[in-house]
Design a binder for this molecule. Structure first.
Ligand SMILES: Nc1ncnc2c1ncn2[C@@H]1O[C@H](COP(=O)(O)OP(=O)(O)OP(=O)(O)O)[C@@H](O)[C@H]1O
Ligand SMILES: [Mg+2]
Length: 332
């Protein structure tokens, strides 16, 4: 079972919720950005539950064509449709007495949502092409990176289904909201990949460590794991610094995409923050990351600039730009 790591209060709370949910056995909805560990949580739930000896069946909803999801989930009888040459068990059947994990449930289309709701209401289902009703004994765990409340408002997701799957909810925070875990996650994945690739690397330098602790981690723990893997495979810190620079320049090019489901005030705040971030990044680049000169050019105090750099999740690229920094800047 993959371990759910993290010493922060946020992660301790998640582990406690996982323990409680695993004993309660009620439907669980796991939410969180990509790479925050939703699959890890689902596997932990199953392994900590009394169903651990039974199967854990995972369905990745977006990877299945809409036309196939229904037969994939509920199975079919021979002759149910063209090409159905023999009877086939669906995922619900395979998960009987065990756990069914529907990953990215927000991607299910309306007809499958309706059928799933029916199953959750009646605890019965039938295979496609069959009238025989079968009892359902599954523990349902769902996950999504989407905001299902917004999808309900936009009539993309059924509210009655939402209440059935969201009896217990576990929300995973983005890594930038529990940066205190970055150090231990780095150490863990470093050990793991050193063992896996049979290599030993020097510990990360203080300056790269600072970069990583200040970074905004758009890809969350998965991104951190990939960075460490890259470090172990390529064998030098420059690999990490380059990856961070690429990510920074990609996000500084990003455009604000309006979201019709959010209030104007929040969207405007986000747009302004994104613009401000780009302005600061451009000024920093123009002044080769000399923060005093950048602050002067933007007509704000040095302290205000440092605060804004941190607030915008920009790394303090001292290591990457050390050649460009003035001696006074390097001493700080
Ligand atoms: N708290 C954690 N402790 C240890 N490893 C973690 C943790 N969170 C995530 N990971 C690791 O990060 C990677 C991504 O995790 P996972 O696949 O569970 O994320 P996810 O939220 O399901 O992402 P996606 O939405 O893209 O499917 C995995 O390799 C997983 O082992
Ligand atoms: Mg996942």
């Amino acid at each position: 079972m993959p371990v759910l790591l993290g010493d922060s209060q946020v992660m301790s709370d998640v582990r406690r919720q996982v323990q409680l949910a695993a004993t309660a056995g009620m439907p669980v909805l796991i939410t969180g950005e990509s790479g925050t560990g939703k699959n890890v949580v689902a596997q932990n739930l199953h392994m900590l539950s009394e169903r651990r000896e039974r199967s854990f069946v995972q369905v990745n909803c977006p990877s299945l064509p809409h036309s196939l999801i229904e037969s994939e989930l509920f199975g079919y009888e021979a002759g149910a449709f063209t090409g159905a040459n023999h009877t086939r068990n669906g995922k619900v059947d395979q998960a009987q007495k065990g756990t069914l994990f529907l990953d990215e449930i927000g991607d299910l289309d309306a007809s499958v949502q309706a059928k799933l709701l029916q199953v959750l209401q009646d605890f019965r289902f039938s295979r496609l092409g069959s009238t025989e009703e079968r009892a359902v004994d599954i523990w349902l765990i769902c996950a999504t990176h989407r905001n299902l409340q917004a999808d309900i408002k936009a009539a993309r997701f059924r509210s009655d289904l939402f209440y059935r799957i969201n009896v217990v909810s576990i929300e995973l925070a983005p890594l930038r909201d529990h940066r205190s875990d970055v150090r231990m996650l780095l150490a863990h994945f470093l050990r793991y990949y050193e063992l896996k690739f049979g290599r030993t690397l020097p510990p990360l330098s203080g300056s790269v460590m600072k970069l990583l602790e200040a970074y905004h981690w758009p890809g969350n723990v998965r991104e951190l794991e990939n960075l460490v893997k890259r470090y172990v495979v390529l064998g030098n810190e420059q690999a990490i610094v380059e990856a961070l620079n690429e990510s920074e320049s990609a996000s500084s090019d990003s455009v604000f995409i309006p979201d019709g489901n959010l209030p104007l005030r929040i969207q405007t705040q986000r747009a302004v923050r994104m613009m401000e971030r780009q302005i600061i990044l451009r000024a920093l680049n123009e002044h080769r990351w000399n923060r005093r000169k950048t602050a002067q050019s933007l007509d704000i105090s040095y302290r205000a600039l440092l605060y804004k750099i941190k607030d915008a999740g920009l790394p303090r690229l001292r290591q990457a730009h050390s050649d460009a920094c003035s001696p006074e800047e390097k001493q700080r």
